[in-house]
Design a protein. Structure first.
Length: 165
């Protein structure tokens, strides 16, 4: 079983019998019908110009309140769990929870981006400038975890059965 799962994740080799399993191991779409559906969606969206949606949060304080909960929940679903009061201490008072400096920085870094309207408005149509923007934001988000190389794209896959470096 370990060899089969490893082969499906392309971290080991094993004889895979089904065409779907061989495709998955080769990095090809496992669900070809779903892949075709996404291709149709991409074609339908290609070249579509979307109208700007008006900002619903007008006041600075309301914007930052929403940003706080965005930061809280986006970290929570990634496994960085705090009580809401702890998160408020981290974000609003610069606290660092003992033995959780990296986690504390994660929520603080997320808020540093989400809590600034100007930052959330920054975009780019230029691919190189967009990648630079991603790197800048990644440096902020993971600035408390130097071992994760903030601002550098990963070179390895991660997921079930793999050990991220």
């Amino acid at each position: 079983m370990d060899a089969i799962i490893g082969a499906l994740l392309a971290t080991r080799t094993a004889d895979l019998g089904s065409p779907a399993a061989r495709a998955r191991a080769a990095g090809q779409p496992l669900d070809t019908a779903r892949s075709q559906l996404f291709d149709r969606l991409a074609a339908a969206l290609d070249g579509t110009v979307f109208s700007r949606r008006p900002e619903r949060t007008q006041s600075h304080n309301a914007f930052r309140d929403i940003a706080f909960f965005e930061s809280y929940f986006s970290n929570y679903i990634e496994g960085t769990e705090f009580e809401v009061g702890e998160a408020a201490d981290i974000v609003c008072r610069g606290a660092t929870i003992p033995d959780r400096a990296g986690d504390s920085h994660d929520i603080r870094g997320t808020f540093a981006l989400c809590g600034e309207r100007a930052e959330m408005s920054r975009t780019s149509d230029d691919p190189n400038a967009f990648v630079e923007l991603l790197w800048q934001r990644h440096r902020i988000l993971l600035g408390g975890r130097p071992e994760k190389e903030p601002g550098v794209f990963k070179n390895e896959r991660s997921g079930p059965g793999t050990v991220p470096s």
